[in-house]
Write a protein that binds this ligand. Sequence first.
Ligand code: SF4
Length: 407
Amino acid sequence: MPDTLGIYISIPFCRAKCSYCNFASGVFGGERMSAYVDRLTAEIRETHQRTDFCMVLPRIVDSVYFGGGTPSLLSSEQMQQIVRALQEVFQVDPRAEVALECAPGQLQDDLLRSLPDLGFNRVSLGVQSFLDREAAAVGRLHTRAATLLEIARLRGAGINDINVDLIAGLPHQTEASWRESLDVAISTGVPHLSVYMLDVDEDSRLGREMLAGGTRYGVGLVPREERIAAMYNEACERFTREGIAQYEISNFARVGHQSRHNLKYWTRQPYLGFGLDAHSFLFVPDGTAVRFGNTDNLDRYMAGPAEEVRTAISATAAAEEAWFLGLRLATGVSLVELEKKIGPAAMRAFWPIVAECEQERLLERTATHVRLTNHGRLFANDVFERFLGVVREEDLSHEFMEQGALV
Ligand code: SF4
């Protein structure tokens, strides 16, 4: 059973709400933020009561990720308060990856200066576009100049492991402006890049405008799906040519700079989330896995103790997860390793799906793995759905049924 743990800390506060965002985050005053940090640190200190069903909580924390929201809005004292609570409860490996999400221009000097002492060694910048007009159209408050300055400030403070997030498909974006964003992102020399294709959620402002037919957020200026797909493909090709290898559908890194924390999600490693709408994945002593999450209602979260919906992962669900999480990775699913775990009959049950996806050029087989094709990455969710409900319990090996989740 894995003996290291990832920790996710949710800080759901933003300076302004982006038009495409449907996360449980919002704009709140300082008082609400300090009360939240108090509630969050109390929740961290309640860890053992909260996870007593688990009994095999890994001892050593090797990744901590502060996401949100915009966690860089916290003061250095508030950050210290959270880090102290984590250190009281967990054994944080001194070589742990400790990452902070940050909106360019929203990282105060005192927090920046204290980042290395607090253990931070990685920052993820929500840039989305290096074109000022595109960033402004979705409610981002930064400019290209502010972003470049932020990268320089971070490097000046000793943080070189920097990620830049980009979105393909923003209002006003064109092939030329997308190329410009890619050029600037590459020229910054950051070792990690993430590219997401805009998917307008009905619960975001942009989504509501799409349904109601307004013009305020520029939904009419969102490029068509085929153009967004072409932009994504271009990013994949450009980054690969630049030695920034794709290792997951949306993630690209220079050698040695992959996100250890995010890899835990795709390789079914245990992690524990704290804060609003934070999710966890742990193993229990019989080898099965459990997923649970906190409420996404801030008032309910503040009223604590943390409210959770716990779901035990069945052996068939664990086998399905092994497929669709493995397929997210550029290396794909190792056939020998998976067969060793789930057994030959279960592998046979999945073969018709693999063959069907191969025929449709969505999946391809190498000597050892099955992986998404470039075309398949554009329809990944459709591919993943096909792996659901295919395998039956009686197909799975005896060992897997006993120790189902440990794939
Ligand atoms: S900064 Fe991030 S979390 Fe906050 S509104 Fe924008 S996209 Fe959402």
